[in-house]
Design a protein. Structure first.
Length: 291
C-alpha cells in the first residue's frame, strides 16, 4: 500500500526555523517509515499544502508533522476536507481533527468526567478578566494560552502587577500548576488506545516550558497503574478510537493526574524513547484500514 505522511512545507524542504523541529520530524518520519516498510508498505512524506498532490493515489494519509497548521487553520482544514473527499482514509479522521484543533474540546472532556485544569475561557480577555482569574483560582501565577496554538506558541505567564497582555484571540486562562516544575508533565503515547510508552518532561531551570526547543528534557518512565488508567480513560470518552494520540497530563495537589492536552492532530510521538513504535503503529494502521 501507498501511505502519505503529511508535513509542513518548511519541514518537507528541510527549512524549519528550529533545528529541533527538523530533527524531530526526521525521527518520527523515519520511525514510522521503517515500521511500514517491514510490513511491506511505502510511506511518503508530502507537504499538506501541495496543490499538485493526487490524494486518491494513496491508500491512507497520516497527519504527521504539520506543525504550522495553527497559523493557517482554515487552509489546513480545507486541505484535509479534500483528502477525505478523495475517499482516501485519513488518520486521524477529519471529524476528530476538527474537534481537537480548538482547545475548547477540553470542555467536552470535562463534561464527560475527565479531570482537567481549571480554565476561564474568553473570546477576547480584558485586564479585569485576568484580575478576576487570580482571585478565582487563588493563585499568583497564571498561564495564558490561545485556543488555537501548538507547542508553547502564543503562551505566557502572568503575575499580579504585570501589564495585561493584548490578546485579541479566543483565549484560555489557567492557574500555573506547580508540579510542572517539581515533577514534570506526563506524556502518554497511545497507539490504538493502548499505551506504547510514557515520558516525563521537565523544563530547564528558570523556565516552565517543557519542549526541547526551549531547553526542556524528557525521560522514559514506567507509570503507576492509576496514572495509566487516568490516561486511557481520556480516550475512552471518544466516539471512535484514534490511530494515535498523545495524552499530556500534570499532577494536581491532591495526587491525581489532570489532563493538560489531548493531542490528536500532529503529536510528536517521541520515537527515540521506544524500540517498537514503528511496528506498533504499522500493525494498528493496517488493523484500522481493514476494519
Amino acid at each position: 500500500m501507498a501511505i502519505a505522511f503529511l508535513t509542513s512545507g518548511e519541514l518537507f524542504r528541510g527549512e524549519a526555523t528550529h533545528t529541533v523541529e527538523q530533527a524531530e520530524h526526521a525521527l518520527q518520519l523515519n520511525c514510522l517509515r521503517d515500521g511500514l516498510t517491514e510490513a511491506g508498505h511505502a510511506l511518503t512524506a508530502v507537504s499538506w499544502d501541495d496543490p499538485s498532490t493526487n490524494w486518491s493515489e494513496f491508500d491512507a494519509v497520516i497527519v504527521g508533522t504539520t506543525w504550522d497548521y495553527h497559523d493557517r487553520l482554515a487552509e489546513f482544514l480545507s486541505a484535509l476536507s479534500r483528502i477525505a473527499a478523495s475517499k482516501t482514509q485519513l488518520f486521524n479522521p477529519l471529524e476528530l481533527v476538527r474537534w481537537n484543533c480548538r482547545k475548547r474540546y477540553l470542555r467536552d472532556l470535562e463534561a464527560s468526567g475527565i479531570r482537567t485544569i481549571p480554565t476561564i475561557w474568553s473570546d477576547r480577555p480584558y485586564p479585569d478578566d485576568f484580575e478576576s482569574a487570580f482571585e478565582a483560582f487563588g493563585t499568583d501565577k497564571l498561564v495564558v494560552k490561545r485556543e488555537v496554538s501548538a507547542s508553547s506558541a502564543n503562551q505566557f505567564i502572568l503575575k499580579p502587577g504585570d501589564p495585561a497582555p493584548d490578546s485579541p484571540h479566543p483565549t484560555m486562562i489557567q492557574p500555573f500548576i506547580p508540579s510542572i516544575e517539581t515533577e514534570g508533565e506526563f506524556s502518554f503515547i497511545m497507539i490504538g488506545g493502548d499505551v506504547s510508552h510514557t515520558l516525563i518532561k521537565t523544563p530547564r531551570a528558570g523556565d516552565y516550558r517543557i519542549q526541547a526547543a526551549f531547553g526542556g528534557r524528557e525521560a522514559r518512565v514506567t507509570p503507576e497503574k492509576a496514572d495509566v488508567k487516568a490516561a486511557t480513560r481520556v480516550l475512552g470518552t471518544l466516539p471512535d478510537q484514534p490511530l494515535f494520540a498523545r495524552v499530556d497530563m500534570v499532577r494536581a495537589a491532591t495526587g491525581e493526574l489532570m489532563l493538560m492536552e489531548l493531542e490528536l492532530i500532529e503529536p510528536y510521538l517521541y520515537p527515540e524513547q521506544s524500540s517498537d513504535l514503528g511496528q506498533r503503529f504499522a500493525r494498528e494502521l493496517l488493523k484500522q484500514l481493514h476494519a
